[in-house]
Design a protein around this ligand. Structure first.
Ligand code: HAM
Length: 421
């Protein structure tokens, strides 16, 4: 068959076998977030482009190169969300949620869009779990969101993740550090990769997380932010470390974690894996105490993280096999039998039993083959003989066992039978 259309590059169809794992991930995300007192928010897939420019930052890769933007019929410039934090902050301000009891704890499961070069673990449309805590400037909030993320991964049985933490200082101390950084890299400018030469003028902090070989070497001797942050940022970071240790959360301090979005202040963190090649960050987040002011609202400390659900899925998919199954397959081989079969199916589905019945013109053999394929636990085949004798044979598909049941009482007998097995 000639395929006329394929999915756009960088997007993925999620197939029926895979949605089971996706659902498990989403269910766990909701369960763990709610355990920590976070409530779900749903907000639009697109926003005014200006919102992202203002919050994510004009000079970031996301805004400069990766946003999908379009004009609506009234000429308004809109963008598909490249992430959730900016949209949620907008929604929180607009709906007056900061006037309610603080801290405000929200989570979301959303699709995001970034026009990045596709590769394993990197897509143009991808999914995120976002968890955001508004209104607390205390390091206990770092502990709260980091331990939520950790619990989520552990309960999905994802091991071997390394928590990397760093502080990028506040708006005051970062300015001086950035000047130092510019001085250092200016001295070695000719050794920087092409992108970092541009970053030197536009977004020097990002040089610290460049993966190019030539920049990696230079970074080793670059000034470290943590050595340069102000005493209050240092104190904050020390307390975060103390709380993590106290709660047995292993971490490494990684001076190269600076994050790719402009709104961050103080603590930043990432959970990384060594199983996915270069797209190794499963979760990224941090504090963004200046964002609300930047968006015109009152100053509100905030922090949170985003988990890349596609990457989580890649880690889980070879380990998990969640089989489709059905409780009962009802085959039939005559018109009258079909009437009886569909009736039984309807009655049992109303009682929450997973039932499938024959929807094609198939022989008994073909129907049994299909029942096997869909992993039916039990099956019955109704024909005129069964209708006449008012007796049906219930077959356990995994064992060669059968059980005779009165056809008129089938539904109640079957319910009793599976409840006792
Ligand atoms: P981010 O680091 O840009 O942060 O994205 C968070 C996670 O989303 C990444 O660690 C990665 O797992 C996943 N991700 C990002 N881009 C892609 C892509 N193109 N394809 C597949 N997965 C991807 C944020 O978005 C922040 N809003 C997180 C945050 C929330 N910070 C504070 N609160």
């Amino acid at each position: 068959m000639k395929i006329l259309y394929s999915a756009p590059r960088g997007t993925k169809d999620i197939l029926p076998d895979e949605t089971k794992i996706w659902r498990k991930i989403k269910k766990k995300a909701i369960e763990v977030s709610e355990r920590f007192g976070f409530s779900e928010m749903i907000f639009p897939t697109f926003e005014e482009e200006k919102l992202f420019i203002r919050s994510v930052g004009e000079e970031t890769d996301v805004v400069q190169k990766e946003m999908f933007t379009f004009l609506d019929s009234a000429g308004r410039k809109l963008a598909l969300r490249p992430e959730g934090t900016a949209s949620l902050a907008r929604a929180v301000i607009e709906n007056g949620l900061l006037n309610e009891a603080l801290p405000l704890k929200l989570f979301y499961i959303i699709n995001c869009f970034r026009n990045e070069r596709p590769q394993k673990g990197r897509y143009k449309e991808f999914y995120q779990l976002g968890v955001e805590l508004f209104g607390s400037s205390l390091p206990t909030s770092e502990l709260e969101v980091i331990s939520l993320a950790k619990m989520f991964f552990e309960e999905l049985n994802i091991k071997n993740l390394t928590l990397n933490i760093n502080s990028i200082g506040c708006s005051n101390c970062r300015k001086d550090f950035v000047l130092k950084l510019i001085d250092y890299f200016k001295e070695h400018e000719n050794k920087l990769c092409k992108t970092c030469k541009e970053r030197l003028n536009k977004n020097p902090l990002r040089i610290l997380d460049c993966k190019e070989e030539e920049c990696e070497a230079l970074k080793e001797n670059a000034p470290k932010i943590l050595d340069n942050v102000c005493s209050s940022c240092k104190e904050h970071f020390k307390t975060v470390e103390k709380l993590l240790k106290n709660n047995n959360i292993d971490y490494v301090v990684n001076h190269k974690i600076v994050r790719g979005l402009d709104y961050y202040t103080r603590t930043v963190f990432e959970f990384k894996t060594n199983e996915l090649g270069s797209q190794d960050t499963i979760c990224g987040g941090g504090r963004y105490d200046g964002l609300f002011e930047e968006l015109g609202a009152k100053k509100t400390p905030a922090l949170g993280f985003g988990v890349g659900l596609n990457r989580l899925f890649l880690l889980l998919k070879d380990k998990e096999k969640i089989e489709n199954y059905c409780d009962l397959y009802i085959g039939h081989i005559s018109e009258n039998a079909m009437l009886k079969a569909t009736k039984i199916a309807q009655n049992l589905r109303e009682k929450n039993i997973k039932v499938q019945t024959n929807l094609l013109e198939r022989s008994v053999k073909a129907q049994m083959k299909y029942a096997n394929k869909i992993n039916a636990k039990y099956s019955i085949i109704i024909g005129d003989n069964e209708l006449n004798s008012n007796e049906i044979e219930l077959k356990n598909m995994n064992e060669e066992q059968t059980k005779k049941i009165n056809l008129d009482d089938f539904e109640s007998e079957f319910l009793k039978f599976i409840n006792s097995n």
